[in-house]
Design a binder for this molecule. Structure first.
Ligand code: GAL
Length: 431
């Protein structure tokens, strides 16, 4: 079987778990795992697999589960979430389960190359009947439907669109250092701002380096700020080599930014880093707007406690990270899994989910005026900006390149060797 593989990290259950995630780690890796993995015996049970275990992710996942159970009373939902931001650990667990022909009924993924791994290997079920029954094609932008489709069949339902390229900052700390971040701040000005924060004794950069995706996302965002959307598409489509001067320039900036990171970064997950920003223990974090949901969950107030701007150099471009579910072709509870796909696509469930998650509802008919100002603005950008897909979240390039990207970033954090970094990326892109 041609099974997808993405992040090589070994799931470490309790050692990988944060306190917040422990409940779910146990559910997926500990005593609950047998119930998750032998769920086939109970016809009124559905296993939902994801990596949503941080405070905001957990709340948003529960919104989906509540919506599903409201439409399907009496069905037990087994939450198979595996802790690890960006899905690092979850992907490893999922791969093992798919190889063992023991798929969860439904699992989290992203459009583009990520879902393509499941459609090309026949692991994902055709959801066209759900689209037809619920009229989804009329309310979901065509490009998004295309990005979860293959050969005329639709394989994914999406819950919300995140913006990957946002820069979050603690307002008191930036004010103390006289740093004014705006949509027109340039990448070089960001480096200078980090220096000013440091000079005031502030930890400039919040970073959850324990989640491999977080450092990779920092580079993805810096790179986009240098190459722009057309340069990004040229790189990800193979038209421009990864040894291009602009990639080197971005790597040079990344090298300048890294020393400003929280010295504890390697022990922190992305959400722990976000908590530090909220608490005033570090100043600036480059992170997708799931951080917005997390900041609110941490009790931080938009406007007074924290602010946000697009990653310097990327105003007008939206790195679209679309949370999507597939149904296993060989699901033990396929009828319920199809009902899950339908329930989580309803306007009410999409809105409740987005409120907790910080994302933008995918459906164009969901009113966004009850969402906080940040999300209303993100929803406008989502509908008006130039959209590009993420490498880090597996959309723009295949899982092999995605893994090489992670590996190259990890290596670069140690070596700071720009030439070997771009060579590694170029070699991965060629193969
Ligand atoms: C992304 C996912 C987001 C968020 C993030 C951090 O891959 O699309 O919803 O959960 O990982 O875990």
């Amino acid at each position: 079987m041609n099974t997808p593989r993405r992040i090589r990290r070994i799931p470490t259950c309790l050692t990988a778990a944060t306190a917040v995630a422990a409940l779910f780690t146990v559910s997926a890796c500990g005593s609950g795992s047998s119930s998750a993995q032998s769920g086939g015996s109970n016809a009124k049970q559905l296993e939902v697999f994801s990596w949503w275990t941080s405070g905001s992710e957990d709340a948003a996942l529960k919104d989906l589960i509540t919506g599903f159970q409201k439409a399907n009373p009496g069905v037990k939902v087994v939450n198979g979430a595996v802790a690890g931001g960006g899905g690092g650990n979850a992907q490893a667990v999922l791969q093992t389960r798919l190889q063992g022909s023991n798929p969860p009924d439904t699992w989290q993924t992203h459009p583009g190359a990520a879902i393509g791994e499941y459609t090309k290997s026949g692991l994902a079920a055709d959801l066209s009947s759900v689209y037809q029954q619920d009229g989804l094609s009329k309310v979901i932008p065509e490009e998004l439907v295309t990005s979860v489709s293959k050969d005329g069949k639709i394989y994914g339902v999406s819950t919300g669109a995140h913006r990957g390229n946002e820069l979050w900052f603690n307002k008191k700390l930036t004010a103390r250092a006289g740093v004014d971040l705006t949509a027109s701040t340039t990448p070089a000005q960001l480096v200078a701002a980090l220096g000013r924060l440091k000079a005031k004794g502030i930890t400039p950069l919040c970073l959850g380096g324990k989640d491999a995706f977080a450092t990779a996302e920092l580079f993805e965002n810096i790179l986009l700020g240098v190459v722009g959307p057309s340069g990004w598409n040229s790189l990800t489509s193979g038209k421009t080599a990864w040894t291009d001067a602009k990639v080197k320039q971005a790597a040079g900036l990344f090298k300048k930014v890294l020393p400003y990171a929280d010295p504890d970064a390697s022990a922190l997950t992305w959400d722990q880093a976000t908590k530090r920003l909220a608490a005033g223990d570090c100043a600036v974090e480059s992170m997708g707007d799931w951080a917005y949901g997390e900041l609110l969950k941490d009790g931080a107030k938009d406007g007074s406690d924290f602010g946000y701007v697009p990653q310097p150099g990327t105003d007008g471009t939206f790195v679209v990270v679309v949370d999507t579910f597939v149904v296993a072709e060989n699901a033990k509870h396929k009828d319920l899994a199809l009902k899950w796909a339908s329930a989580i696509s309803s306007p009410e469930v999409q809105l409740a989910f987005s409120k907790d998650k910080g994302s933008t509802p995918i459906r164009t008919d969901v009113p966004t005026d009850s969402l906080p100002a940040y999300q209303q603005q993100a929803a406008k950008s989502f509908r008006g900006d130039t959209l590009v897909q993420s490498v880090v979240h597996g959309e723009a390039m295949n899982p092999q390149f995605q893994q090489s990207f992670f590996d190259a970033v990890t290596q670069f954090v140690q070596s700071k060797d720009v030439d070997s970094f771009v060579e590694a990326l170029a070699t991965a892109a060629k193969s």
